[in-house]
Design a protein around this ligand. Structure first.
Ligand code: AGP
Length: 612
């Protein structure tokens, strides 16, 4: 999704904007632009289609646009094709108002029609141009200051926005407004920053403010004032970002994704240690009480993409351990289907970014119905984290690669911990088993390290399939849930068509797609389903499939059936997803690498999907 960076202070703005935008590249974009203002001089806009490198060359690394106040943007096209013309910043014709925007203005056509009647002309196909010109219109019509003009605009528009604006009459100042799109504001000595995400400004400051929905702010050099929609000043608390700057850098790895795969053991350990001490889970930081846990009748898990796949694993684990009904659903479906929710239900939202538009909307739907919401979130201060009744933070640190790995793994662990604690409180798990499972959970980081040590074997196998057109993933039970994630990893970064199937479902249609040489990856970590899985594998092999088998050490007879076997350490059957997913992450990574693709920034994808 679009990325925004802004700066006002003593230093030259353009190099800071370009560097900040480079840290937001992972969000996905197709064009970029900056506007910089030198004192009272008029603002200068430079835009470019394609990679940031083009913008950097056009501005000579920022030197060609001098000035100490500016805003920059990477655009992920929604309204209008990727082009220089549609790239941000956008401005009113007289450059009175210049702005960048992340989000979607749903009623932009209506606004545009109104402004056309008032004599405005339009040069782009974007919703943002209509938004910018509406600010200009109110500013001039009512002869008000920037905050009032923005407030009138916010009342008139529908949709989502993180908006950063510079006004001709207010040199050295940046104004922002926000609704449902991420934005943080940073402050340092004599300098103020805005950004869509922390990594963009982490080099300059760790002191940030989170701006709320329907709020505005005015940034001057080293000072930030916040306003509500009535234009009244409001107080905000400064938050210190704990991430160190290095965790947002590649640290010697070729791609963030590989670095993040390697960070999984530590991320999982940190997430466990945050809530487990002295052999006991303590959810006081989550804020959920034993009484509330006892009262839950049903859990609805809502999430998107990989977070949804975590939910599919969690459904198996929670139902088995806690014996309460769990329904897992895509947030984009849940939000519009008028779900049946009862008073004592709980909605569990899983999201790395905490900003995914559908997950946020699904959570609000549940809250509006008076249902308790518990969110598993990675990004501190994100919208979902702020609005959920209870938050379980995963401690994955910043995840930059579009394809999630360490956040997914931490989400799994958070779900296991919730399942264990719910089971203990509700008496569905014996104390001995609870203790044993907690001890086993503690061994997962070391077991993942062992799997990663063997990564070259996966690389060798992946390189043989560089021209694969279709890949099928087969599994049963939790293994099916793992397949969903393995298949997504392959699709999103290797651009190989892949499908995950519950192995028992194969005969009901999909098997007709298997032909000579089709790669089928089977996951067999569930002992009681092992034999059935082998039968399914034999079925596809006899139709010409090339088979990869992913199972636990000890099941060496799998080599009689498969062309390539890979093994993971044994663990409690409920936790096997945490281990089995790692070879599949590596498979997606190495296939992408062998194809010469940009592993961290796959085409058409955004890290955090903040629009519907
Ligand atoms: C997975 O690799 C993707 N990046 C994507 O499916 C992601 O999990 C999904 O968009 C949900 O994001 P969230 O966890 O930030 O809500």
């Amino acid at each position: 999704m679009c990325g925004i960076v802004g700066f006002t202070g003593r230093q030259q703005a353009a190099p800071i904007l370009l560097e900040g935008l480079s840290k937001l590249e992972y969000r996905g974009y197709d064009s970029a632009g900056v506007v910089v203002r030198d004192g009272d001089a008029s603002a200068e806009i430079v835009k470019a289609k394609g990679r940031l490198k083009v913008l950097s060359e056009k501005t000579n690394g920022g030197e060609a646009v001098p000035g100490t106040c500016g805003i920059g943007h990477t655009r992920w096209a929604t309204h209008g094709e990727p082009s220089e013309n549609n790239a941000h910043p956008h401005s009113s014709d007289d450059m009175n108002v210049v702005a960048v925007h992340n989000g979607i203005i749903e009623n932009y056509q209506e606004i545009k029609d109104k402004l056309l009647k008032k004599g405005y002309t339009f040069y782009s196909q974007t919703d943002t141009e209509a938004l910018v010109k509406l600010v200009d219109y109110y500013y001039k019509k009512y002869q008000v200051g920037p905050i009032d003009a923005l407030a009138k605009t916010m009342v008139r528009v529908r949709g989502s926005y993180a908006l950063a604006v510079m006004f001709k009459d207010y040199p050295g100042e940046i104004y922002v407004a926000r609704k449902d799109s991420p934005m943080i504001l940073g402050i340092a000595d004599g300098e103020s920053y805005i950004a869509s995400d922390v990594p963009a400004i982490l080099k300059y400051t760790r002191n940030v403010y989170y701006i709320g929905n329907l709020e505005m702010a005015r940034l001057t050099k080293g000072e930030i004032e916040f306003y509500n929609i009535d234009g009244e000043i409001i107080e905000k608390e400064l938050t210190e970002i704990k991430w160190d700057a290095e965790s947002a850098e590649k640290g010697g790895y070729e791609y963030f994704m590989m670095k993040e795969i390697h960070e999984q053991p530590k991320a999982i350990r940190d997430t466990i240690n945050a809530v487990v001490s002295d052999g006991k889970i303590d959810l006081s930081s989550v804020g959920i009480t034993e009484e509330q846990i006892r009262d839950v009748n049903q859990i609805h898990i809502v999430a998107c993409g990989s977070a949804y796949h975590v939910g599919v694993v969690a459904q198996y684990v929670i139902e088995d351990l806690v014996r309460i009904p769990v329904r897992v659903e895509l947030a984009s479906e849940f939000r519009y289907r008028n779900p049946l929710l009862q008073d004592n239900d709980m909605v569990l939202i899983i999201s790395q970014s905490g900003e995914t538009a559908d997950s946020l909307a699904a959570m609000r739907e549940a809250k509006n119905r008076g249902i308790r919401t518990l969110a598993i979130v990675n990004v501190v201060g994100s919208s979902i984290a702020r609005e959920a009744d209870n938050v379980f933070y995963t401690l994955a640190g910043p995840e930059i690669a579009v394809a999630t790995t360490k956040a997914y793994s931490c989400q799994l662990v958070a779900c296991y911990l919730l399942a264990l604690e719910f089971a203990r409180v509700r008496g569905t798990l014996k104390d001995n088993d609870y203790q044993e499972m907690l001890r086993e959970l503690d061994t997962l980081p070391a077991k993942i390290e062992k799997i990663i040590e063997d990564k070259e074997r996966i690389q060798w196998f992946a390189s043989k399939y560089v021209n694969a057109k279709d890949v099928f993933f087969l599994g049963r039970g939790i293994d099916y849930a793992i397949c969903l994630e393995g298949s997504l990893k392959m699709k999103e970064i290797s651009y190989v068509h892949s499908e995950a199937y519950a192995a028992g479902e194969l005969k009901h249609g999909t098997i007709s797609l298997i032909e000579d040489g089709t790669l089928v990856i089977s996951v067999l970590t569930q002992q009681e389903l092992y034999e059935k899985m082998v039968s399914n594998m034999v079925e596809v092999k006899s139709r010409g499939a090339c088979l990869m088998g992913l199972t636990t050490y000890g099941h060496y007879n799998i080599e009689d059936t498969v062309d390539f076997a890979t093994y993971i350490p044994k663990t409690d059957r409920h936790f096997s997803a945490s281990l089995a997913v790692v070879p599949l992450q590596l498979m997606g990574y190495y296939l992408s690498l062998a194809k010469g693709l940009d592993v961290d920034k796959p085409r058409n994808l955004a890290k955090s999907v903040t629009v519907e």
